[in-house]
Design a protein around this ligand. Structure first.
Ligand SMILES: [Zn+2]
Length: 248
C-alpha cells in the first residue's frame, strides 16, 4: 500500500530465497512470506488479496500461530470452484552441499524433516507428519523461527532480522536458549516444517505427496517448487479429491 497500491502476484518465479522467502519485483520486495503462505495453504485459502504496508510480512512472535488465529477468527467461506489438487506421480531428489529435498508419491500430504545443528540444544531433530488442519494449528504453526546470537550482526548487515528481538524468535547463544522457554522440545525442526509448507504453497495447489527434507532450507524448498513447475510429467491434476488437511 505504501507503493501507491501496487498489485503483485505471489509468483513462484519471482522468489528470492535467502534466510527467508522474498517476493522480488521491479520497485520493491516483500520479505518473509513463508509463515503466512503456510497458513493460507493449510486453511485452503487460494483466493486472497493481502494489503501490506512496508516490505515484510509482520513477524509477530516468530511463528504462524497469531496469523492462523486471526484468519480463523475472521471466518472462512467455501467457494464453489475450489482449486485443483495435484498428485505427485514420480519421485525426485534435489541435493546441495550435504542437504537434500526429495518428493515421493503418497496417499496424503506428508512432510518429513531432519536438521542437524552442532549445538547442544538442537543437535539432530527429526519429524514426519501427515498434515491435517488440527495437527498444523496445534503442532506446527506455534513453532517459532530461531537464530543464533552470534549471527545477529551479520544478518543486520544484510538488512535481515532488523526487527529481530527476544520476543519474536528463539534465540540461542553458544549453549542455551536466551529468549525464554521452548514451546516444544523439538521446536526447531517443527519450524522447518512450517517453512517448507509455506514455500511449497507457492506451487499453487494442494498436493498428494511426501516431501522429505534433510538439512534443507528456503533455497532447496524453492528449487523443488520450480522443478515441479518445469516438469509436469512428475504430477497430475486430481479431480474431486483433496488431501486431508483441506477436510477440516
Ligand atoms: Zn520461518
Amino acid at each position: 500500500m505504501d507503493l501507491g497500491g501496487l498489485e503483485v502476484e505471489a509468483d513462484p518465479r519471482k522468489i528470492e530465497a535467502l534466510n527467508c522467502s522474498c517476493l522480488v519485483f521491479e520497485s520493491g520486495r516483500i520479505q518473509t512470506l513463508e509463515h503466512l503462505l503456510a497458513v493460507l495453504y493449510i486453511l485452503g485459502l487460494d483466493s486472497v488479496e493481502l494489503e501490506l504496508q512496508g516490505g515484510e510480512i509482520p513477524i509477530l512472535d516468530g511463528s504462524a500461530a497469531p496469523l492462523a488465529e486471526s484468519i480463523l477468527q475472521a471466518g472462512l467461506r467455501p467457494v464453489p470452484q475450489a482449486g485443483k489438487a495435484v498428485r505427485i506421480l514420480k519421485s525426485h531428489t534435489i541435493e546441495e552441499k550435504g542437504a537434500s529435498l526429495s518428493f515421493f508419491p503418497n496417499p496424503d500430504f506428508r512432510v518429513s524433516y531432519a536438521i542437524d545443528f552442532p549445538h547442544p540444544l538442537i543437535g539432530r531433530q527429526e519429524i514426519s507428519v501427515s498434515l491435517t488442519r488440527k495437527l498444523f494449528l496445534e503442532e506446527i504453526a506455534p513453532a517459532r523461527t530461531f537464530g543464533f546470537l552470534k549471527d545477529a550482526p551479520e544478518l543486520r548487515k544484510l538488512g535481515l532480522a532488523l526487527g529481530g528481538s527476544l520476543d519474536n524468535a528463539v534465540v540461542l547463544d553458544e549453549e542455551k536458549v536466551i529468549s525464554g522457554p521452548l514451546r516444544f522440545r523439538d521446536e526447531f525442526v517443527r519450524h522447518k516444517v512450517l517453512d517448507l509448507v509455506g514455500d511449497l504453497a507457492l506451487f499453487g495447489h494442494p498436493m498428494f505427496g511426501h516431501f522429505k527434507a534433510e538439512r534443507a532450507g528456503h533455497r532447496l524448498h524453492h528449487q523443488v517448487v520450480l522443478f515441479l513447475l518445469d516438469h509436469p510429467d512428475f504430477w497430475t491434476y486430481e479431480e474431486d479429491a483433496s488431501p486431508r488437511f483441506l477436510q477440516g
